[in-house]
Unconditional design. Structure first.
Length: 432
């Protein structure tokens, strides 16, 4: 005799089916919107970067561009900018996500790249995705639970379209908002929005399906190379901790020297970046530093390149320019990997890839997302090296992070709960 589902089971299946249909529609819409916006944004960044690289005198206008950024934020009533932390708080604590935040950060990031600030794009991507999703949630009168899911889907979509990593983007909001807990109710919206946005970006030519830094010739991990992979993880953790602390220390000094004077602060930071670039005679450390990543994979980066990228990025972001820390973390990891490859007698591209995903993991506290980024950016051949580097970097990097609003639930080295915010822990450590 066949047992048929009971009434409660049927009702549950109907509810699940209705939810699926709803989120297929909402996620597809979020993905299309994010894909279009991010494709346009990526094209703008590429255009202004190409012009700046051909006209180095643009660097001299960086302080003026900084003043314009400060003016725009103050005119919009945003004298302080919490950046990606604002999106994290909007998801976890239902904090407001102003719609104009996306427009401001897009404009400010383009200006920063146009005149040579050393920064990334993901801060703008996550805020743009969150802002667009918040607008959509308001127009559709979604409840707080659905609004939170749509915000996370918007973040995934924006990240996927901009970085070309839809798998990693699907997991990022689930993992990095609260470290140690995965918010699985958002899995379907994030996956669908992420792949939809990536498909739009591929169709428009701003993203590609092939791994951009494919690594093919990978030595066997099951040898003394395992110890070398451990070294790569330790080096990634140390570089990440140095980067995070340098950001906070620069911020504290700028606060002390330029308190209440945002225009002077941004002009000073812009002048330092421009002066350093002119003194070095290169724009390798400005903007996205894409050429520095390629040089690192070829084994040609200077031994001190990762230190200079940290310095340039700290002066840029803590002065008040916009963009993000994730792309700089890739550059830092790649150039560090290039340096370590000589000591470890490993191919430069393997070490660069391991360094990139290791430093990214350490600054975002997102090991699963880091593994998926490694797969999508570098291909599957070196996943053993990347996994070891990511695991060690996550374990050794402590409870810091570039996103101070991140809440870390559990110990990285034990089973006990810690439940701290990355930013609060840093303040406590440096005030004691």
């Amino acid at each position: 005799m066949v047992d048929f589902p009971g009434k409660e089971t049927i009702e549950s299946m109907k509810k699940a089916a209705f939810s699926l249909v709803k989120w297929v529609a909402l996620s597809a819409a979020a993905g299309v919107v994010a894909g279009l916006i991010m494709s346009g944004f990526a094209s703008l960044i590429a255009i202004v970067t190409e012009f700046r690289l051909a006209h180095m005198w643009m660097l001299l206008l960086l302080p003026a561009a900084g003043c314009l950024i400060v003016f725009l934020y103050r005119a919009a009533g945003h004298e302080t900018d919490h950046g990606t932390n604002m999106v994290i708080e909007a998801v976890r604590e239902d904090a407001p996500m102003p719609y104009e935040q996306g427009i401001l950060v897009l404009t400010a990031t383009v200006l920063t790249h146009a005149f040579g600030g050393s920064t990334g794009r993901e801060g703008a991507a996550l805020q743009l995705g969150g802002s667009a999703a918040a607008v959509g949630a308001g127009l559709l009168h979604l409840n707080e639970r659905d609004k939170k899911l749509l915000l996370m889907a918007g973040m995934s979509a924006a990240f996927a379209a901009l970085f070309g990593t839809p798998l990693a983007a699907s997991v990022l909001p689930l993992e990095f908002v609260t470290v140690g807990e995965m918010f699985y109710p958002a899995l379907v919206p994030c996956v669908l929005a992420s792949f939809t946005a990536h498909a739009v970006a591929v169709k428009l030519g701003t993203a590609h399906l092939a791994a951009p830094y494919a690594v093919a010739a990978v030595p066997s991990l099951y040898s003394t190379a395992m110890l070398k992979a451990l070294v790569l993880g330790i080096g990634s953790a140390l570089a990440a901790v140095l980067f995070i602390n340098a950001l906070h220390i620069t911020d504290s000094y700028f606060d002390r020297w330029f308190k209440g004077r945002p225009y002077i602060r941004v002009m000073a930071g812009g002048a330092l970046v421009a002066a350093l670039a002119c003194a070095l005679g290169t724009q390798d450390y400005c903007g996205l530093s894409s050429q520095l990543i390629h040089d690192s994979f070829a084994g040609n980066a200077a031994p001190y390149a990762f230190l200079l990228k940290i310095l340039f990025t700290c002066f840029t972001l803590e002065a008040g320019f916009k963009g993000g820390e994730i792309v700089p973390s890739f550059v830092i990891g790649a150039s560090l990997g290039c340096l370590l490859s000589g000591f470890l007698s490993l191919p430069a591209d393997v070490c660069c890839a391991a360094g990139m995903c290791g430093v990214f993991c350490a600054i975002t506290n997102s090991p699963i997302c880091s593994l998926l980024i490694a797969l999508e950016l570098f291909g599957p051949e070196g996943m053993g090296y990347y996994a070891v580097s990511i695991a060690i970097a996550y374990s050794m990097s402590g409870y810091y992070g570039v996103f101070g609003a991140q809440r870390i639930r559990f110990s990285k080295t034990g089973t006990e709960a810690v439940d701290v915010k990355a930013g609060d822990l840093f303040k406590k450590h440096h005030e004691s």
